[in-house]
Design a protein around this ligand. Structure first.
Ligand code: F6R
Length: 353
């Protein structure tokens, strides 16, 4: 059942600290700073990695690819439905990673099979034990989020991010004590976000808007896309999420005082400064800005509202920022009386191409 929550989605948002603990269990060792993924021991360090995924899982794949690149491995994320057309050649030494919660998504399965047919090694990062992806891939890493009933993916996205953060460090051989400490701090960090009610207040304030924008740079860019996807899925409102730097290349034309802009602002000083430049651009058009940030005093100074998150370092703070956006979407949809757990036209698992 829903354990007293009005919706499975809210229950699953609140299950995230436990889901992440499950994902990390027996995989991280604080004393030595090692990350244990026995599932990957048979795998040589890949020359390059191609991710294939759809929807929310694609956003996790974008995050995972960027982490791998940060650790020195060439990596790209592809939409599974476009993999045939977009795929660059798959030379020897390529690892193809299918990120799929259900393990049954038709587009992702087709992409994995095509990759396997070219001789690539495949890895499934999935939630469902014994799923098609788990059975067919050469290697499997389970995200261990537990069953997700709400159609909108929430805890499974956080668990995918955490699993991919571990996979990236293991493949690159860049496990460190501080990385392990940050991973172990995620559940408490999420709990702090969940204990506040600021997201609900923001949802109420901007409930009348017809469109919402989400921006973020670097590891915050996938969070911006995911924030917009969640918002459109469950509120049926127009929402767009993109890399902050793209704003002035088109979307800025749509920004008025009626378009709330959610700016996720974490990361290093340079990235923060650039995104704050984008914030000033939209503030100059009188658009309200909701800053989701681990540095509320500085990065939140020009914002209309601030949704703070505890600082967990460059790699993992975006996981916490996403939780604030989940809550804003949830409360917006709730106040609008939407069918949150079963949005119109959508299915939990998409088994046709
Ligand atoms: C969005 C959502 C979908 C799925 C997508 C892929 O909330 O749930 O976008 O992420 O259909 O599904 P999986 O991960 O099962 O392959």
């Amino acid at each position: 059942g829903k354990s007293g929550y009005d919706h499975y989605m809210l229950k699953e948002i609140h299950e995230q600290p436990a889901a992440i603990r499950g994902c990390l269990r027996e995989r991280v060792e604080e004393l030595t700073g090692s990350i244990e993924l026995p599932e990957l021991t048979a795998l040589a360090r890949p020359a390059r990695v191609q991710f294939v995924a759809c929807g929310t899982s694609y956003h996790a794949a974008l995050y995972g690819a960027q982490l791998l690149r940060d650790h020195g491995i060439a990596a790209q994320a592809f939409l599974a439905s476009e993999y045939g057309a977009d795929r660059v050649p798959v030379p020897a030494g390529t690892l193809v990673v299918g990120v799929t919660q259900s393990g049954e998504t038709a587009d992702t399965m087709r992409a994995l099979r095509e990759a396997a047919a070219t001789g690539a090694t495949t890895l499934a990062v999935t939630n469902v034990v014994g799923s098609s992806a788990a059975r067919e891939a050469d290697h499997v890493v389970y995200i261990r989020a537990g069953p997700e009933i709400g159609v909108a993916a929430t805890k499974t996205f956080a668990s995918q991010q955490v699993a991919l953060a571990m996979v990236a460090r293991v493949l690159a051989g860049s496990e460190t004590q501080s990385a392990v400490e940050s991973l172990r701090a995620i559940p408490d960090g999420i709990q702090q976000v969940l204990d506040e009610s600021l997201a609900r207040e923001v949802a109420e304030t901007y409930l009348g808007a017809e469109a919402y924008f989400f921006i973020g740079r670097g590891l915050d860019a996938p969070v911006a896309r995911e924030g917009a996807l969640k918002m459109k899925e469950i509120t049926y409102k127009h929402a767009e999420g993109f890399a902050a730097g793209e704003l002035k290349h088109g979307p800025l034309a749509l920004v008025t005082e009626e378009t709330p802009v959610f700016a996720t602002i974490t990361g290093d000083d340079d990235a923060v400064a650039k995104t704050l430049g984008n914030v000033r651009e939209v503030r100059a058009r009188n658009a309200p800005v909701i800053a989701v940030t681990d540095r509320p005093e500085t990065a939140g100074a020009d914002a209309t509202h601030v949704l703070p998150v505890p600082p967990l370092g460059r790699e993992l703070t975006p996981v916490l920022a996403n939780v604030q956006l989940q809550l804003v979407s949830y409360w917006s949809a709730n106040l609008l009386g939407r069918s949150i757990d079963k949005p119109r036209n959508l299915a939990k698992s998409v088994t046709v191409e």
